[in-house]
Write a protein that binds this ligand. Structure first.
Ligand SMILES: C[S@@+](CC[C@H](N)C(=O)[O-])C[C@H]1O[C@@H](n2cnc3c(N)ncnc32)[C@H](O)[C@@H]1O
Length: 224
């Protein structure tokens, strides 16, 4: 997919990280700021797709949506939903999707730390969790989305034959993912760092490959 960035420039200022409140569940906040993304608990997510079917693919933390848009082109029979915190990037992706008439992709402005109640049980074939923010400082690690609760929610929404794809360029984040997966016990998983997946590259992945930065990859399958 070739995006015309003259026609669709990315927002001028994309803050690398957004306000710290947004990385925590709304239920844990004493005061909910006006800029907190909506919860979508009762939303019928199928209305965003041309075939009026629910999504079967999730891209959690889709960032600049390069992967999501290329995926939707490569797999026109699948509905891919992106979830992203940074509103400017969500607005950009929604505008692109609507203007280009793409029917099988959508991105919502949402903090996935609030769970995925708007996704039905056993409905998702593939979840992509690619290059999450690393949060290297100890006091910021509670902003990481990957947790036992997050894996419980993924296990609920994923088809039994589904697959969870996880990648990072940070060895300590990879170790953290493996630790949480082991603790959860809900997924069988294997390290697949030495093989590139058959999917389009994300923005971050392109950057890593161009700069010879190693990528750590995990494939996880829900236990029966
Ligand atoms: C390092 S970027 C990677 C983006 C993209 N996946 C890629 O590989 O290029 C991580 C993205 O996850 C988003 N993110 C972090 N926490 C999130 C959350 N709780 N809910 C939704 N998106 C989140 C960030 O805003 C950011 O855009």
């Amino acid at each position: 997919m070739k995006i015309d960035f003259d026609k669709y420039p990315y927002p001028k200022k994309i803050r690398h990280h957004t306000s710290s409140n947004l990385y925590f569940p709304i239920k844990d906040l004493k005061i909910v700021p006006s800029y907190y993304p909506p919860l979508y608990d009762d939303i019928d997510i199928s209305k965003y797709f041309g075939n009026s079917k629910s999504p079967d693919i999730l891209d959690i933390g889709c960032g600049k949506s390069k992967f999501l848009l290329a995926y939707s082109e490569q797999f026109p029979d699948r509905n891919i939903l992106g979830i992203e915190l940074r509103k400017g990037l969500v607005d950009w992706a929604q505008n692109y999707i609507l203007n280009e008439g793409i029917k099988n992709a959508w991105v919502i402005w949402y903090s996935a730390v609030n769970g995925l109640k708007f996704i039905q049980d056993n409905s998702i074939a593939e979840v992509f969790y690619l290059f999450p923010d690393p949060w290297p400082k100890l006091k910021q690690q509670n902003r990481r989305l990957f947790s036992i609760e997050f894996l419980n929610e993924l296990y609920r929404i994923m088809e039994h034959s589904g697959k969870l794809y996880i990648s990072t360029d940070c060895d300590y984040v990879d170790e953290y993912h493996l630790k949480i997966l082991k603790k959860s016990g809900l997924f069988d998983y294997e390290i697949s760092s030495n093989k590139e997946w058959k999917y389009p590259r994300t923005n971050k992945e392109e950057f890593c490959i161009k700069n010879n930065i190693p990528i750590y990859r995990i494939e996880a399958i829900p236990k029966k």
